[in-house]
Design a protein around this ligand. Structure first.
Ligand code: NAI
Length: 331
């Protein structure tokens, strides 16, 4: 078995080596992402391992198939970067890593929320200039606030549990409520959560229903001064509406780890590379915003699980002919 590892980061390398030795597979690797121009590098390999930054469109998939690739293993939960139907129609099996560490994203969400409530970005900016004044930096305490978690799957559940430790009122919304979450939070319809909450945390997937769910109409339904937290997917928000809400003061703070249209710059050093995203740049310059570069997942445990589970997915395909994390048409 020969495998090709695309977009391999330095921190993933030792885990990949360990698992390849464990299964006795021959490994090729590169730091480049998989896309049409790099697909030929997998020629002669049985499997290609990819990251969420790779772009597997129809042309790329056809080159992989011609090169002999029979398995595509993504080290991510998301599969938006893969033209699933085309890849499957070419006889290439796909598997993902649905959960590598819900706590990683949940703890990052808690951190960002508190940092916005305590004006941490502005405090750090002042401190970097040796300005130790605290005027205007007065924060708010979660236990006095009402928090709503929208989407109570794996990460949402961990987030509700983590927030319950602060003692504030908790609400949740999900088309499929869970008994576990109901022990900590009261499920309410979305409009009621919007009307009642001081903090709104979005942890649902991007679907036709959730795309731009936070638009001008939704923002109008929210409490004045609401803090929005999006550590899920950028396209859940209409970002121009969010920017305007911040400008008008209707939105009191914004923590975001994701933004629509992030693919050209995300997780890259863009210091010397001009790029266009006027709304994003405007948001970065606003005082009550906090941004991280799609990094909520990024912990030691998550990295090890992303690599390890992707390897175990391939091993499961090879030993049983199937895989519990198999991606099927329409996923
Ligand atoms: P999950 O699949 O376990 O849970 C998603 C939940 O959202 C489900 O309970 C589902 O019923 C619910 N949902 C579906 N449609 C909804 C709607 N219209 N309104 C409210 N809830 C709805 O997913 P998991 O593992 O909890 O991940 C949640 C999201 O977090 C992912 O979809 C992904 O977008 C994001 N994510 C972000 C990462 C980051 O680094 N920032 C890393 C990993 C995931």
């Amino acid at each position: 078995m020969k495998i090709m590892l695309y977009g391999l980061r330095r921190d993933e390398g030792p885990h990949a080596v360990r698992y390849a030795e464990k299964f006795g597979w021959e490994v090729k690797s590169c730091h480049e992402i998989l896309q049409e121009s790099t697909a030929h590098l997998a020629e002669g390999c049985d499997a290609a391992f990819i990251s969420v930054s790779c772009q597997v469109d129809a042309a790329t998939a056809k080159i992989l198939q011609r090169g002999g690739v029979k398995y595509l293993l993504t080290r991510s939960a998301g599969i938006d970067h893969i033209d699933v139907d085309t890849v499957l129609s070419l006889g290439i099996q796909i598997a993902n890593v649905p959960a590598y560490s819900p706590n990683a994203v949940s703890e990052h969400t808690v951190m960002m929320t508190i940092e916005v409530l305590r004006n941490m970005r502005e405090q750090q900016r002042r401190i970097a200039q040796m300005d130790f004044s605290i005027e205007g930096m007065c924060g708010r305490e979660i236990h006095n606030l009402t928090t709503g978690v929208i989407g109570t799957g794996r990460i949402g559940t961990a987030t509700v549990q983590n927030f319950s430790g602060f003692g504030g009122k908790l609400y949740a919304y999900d088309p499929y409520p869970s008994d576990l979450v109901a022990q900590y939070a009261e499920y309410l319809p979305l409009e009621e959560i919007y009307a009642r909450c001081d903090i709104l945390i979005f942890l649902c997937p991007l679907t036709d229903q959730t795309k731009h769910m936070v638009d001008r109409k939704a923002i109008q339904q929210m409490k004045g001064g609401v803090v929005l937290v999006n550590t899920s997917r950028g396209a859940l928000f209409d970002w121009e509406a969010v920017r305007d809400g911040l400008k008008e003061g209707k939105i009191g703070g914004l923590a975001f780890d994701v933004i629509e249209g992030e693919r050209p710059f995300i997780r890259k050093n863009m210091e010397d590379t001009p790029f266009e995203h006027p709304v994003f740049k405007e948001l970065l310059s606003m005082p009550r915003t906090l941004y991280t570069a799609h990094a909520a997942f990024y912990t030691d445990e998550a990295v090890e699980n992303m690599v390890g589970i992707a390897f175990m997915n391939l091993n499961e395909f090879l030993t049983t002919g199937d895989c519990k994390n198999k991606v099927t048409k329409g996923d």
